[in-house]
Design a protein around this ligand. Sequence first.
Ligand code: SF4
Length: 242
Amino acid sequence: MKTPLHGSAAKPRRARLMSKEQAARFVAALAQANPAPETELAYQDAFQLLVAVVLSAQTTDAMVNRVTPALFAAAPTPAAMAALGAEGVGAHIRRIGLWQAKARNVAALAALLVARHGGEVPRTREELEALPGVGRKTANVVLNVMFGESTMAVDTHIFRLGNRTGLAPGKTPREVEVALVKRCPPELLRDAHHWLILHGRYVCKARLPECWRCVAREACNYRDKVEGPAVAVAVAVSARPG
Ligand code: SF4
């Protein structure tokens, strides 16, 4: 079979929907390869995690981890962060994308945590999503990582993976989230968020999935699997412009 030009004009073919049993095998294979998955964001408590996730929108976790140590040293609590204000927060996060809006949101959400929640991070979706800069995805990460809920935060990696593999197809992140919650084995659901993000980030990559080293390959319905590093190099070269 001819390998398609991933990342070029050639469009990958749509994957068949996995059966429920297949979906369970797919997630179980990721689980077996990484039994204790964790977020790659650095944090010490719920407040720091909340801030780190807000900062991570359209930026890599690695980049967020470069700016948060100094930010959290300057303002370790919501009260201190509110006192630092948008300008003070901005001075620490200028290296990440959308830093001005994020600085305003972080200062405002810290002030609201103090005013409404006694300086604590609230434990309900409604209260979290009422904070500036906090949407469904951020609330899902905090509820999952800090409060042990089996939520599924769909980022760009999980959205791509759900569609590409046939695990949980959907036109919007919300559709993919609903499908994943329905199709992941309940006992694996809480950690599935981490497994899928890490798998999308390091193996089932956006431009070229590294199917030859994928532990979940046997259960995957992607129809244009990439067979090996040599093929990947050839595909990358042929996809170069001009
Ligand atoms: S890396 Fe390849 S085989 Fe593995 S999940 Fe992604 S598309 Fe499927």
